[in-house]
Ligand binder design. Structure first.
Ligand SMILES: [Zn+2]
Length: 176
């Protein structure tokens, strides 16, 4: 049987082993809290509630890369019962996940994130967020995509109760 038809996944002739992971996160808006997305503090009347710094972008990406490598999820890696994780910097958590994934033999190829929210407007902060995430992921910002999307006023996101993020990450097995 030809190799392409074996259905054994995405192992190419060059031996590159690609893995894809998805991550989702949501946080409730809260007054008196900072709004931090992708490691960037955004001026806003409302922030996000959470045990850590509630950076939903970082949390979704962390889950995507851990998921791609089959290494569990952010909740298992950083339990919110652990006092050390209170108000923790999520960029640092993302970096720790990247290190764990690297130890398993993978490097990040690209990341794509959608932030679903009525507020804030993401566009003015997009390049700064991409750069901050790229630094934490150890990649060039050209392979980090950040997109903002409203929910057309529908449901809890439409009522501005909070925001949600969906992230997809691709990993490549490092060549020996
Ligand atoms: Zn979160």
């Amino acid at each position: 049987m030809p190799r392409e038809a074996s259905g054994a996944g995405s192992k190419s002739e060059a031996g590159a082993d690609h893995r894809i992971g998805i991550g989702y996160d949501s946080h409730r808006f809260a007054s008196g809290r900072a709004l931090i997305l992708g490691g960037v503090r955004i001026e806003s009347e409302v922030g996000l509630a959470g045990h850590s710094d509630a950076d939903a972008v970082c949390h979704a990406i962390t889950d995507a890369i851990l998921g791609a490598a089959g290494l569990g999820d952010i909740g298992a890696m950083f339990p919110d019962t652990e006092p050390a994780n209170k108000d923790r910097d999520s960029i640092e958590m993302l970096g720790a996940a990247v290190n764990r994934v690297a130890a398993a033999g993978y490097t990040v190829a690209n990341v794509d994130v959608s932030v679903i929210a009525e507020i804030p407007r993401l566009t003015p902060h997009r390049e700064q967020i991409r750069a901050r995430l790229a630094m934490a992921l150890g990649v060039d910002s050209s392979v980090v995509s950040v997109k903002g999307k409203s929910n057309e006023g529908m449901g809890w996101i439409g009522r501005r109760e909070g925001l949600a993020c969906i992230a997809v990450a691709t990993l490549i097995r490092k060549s020996e």
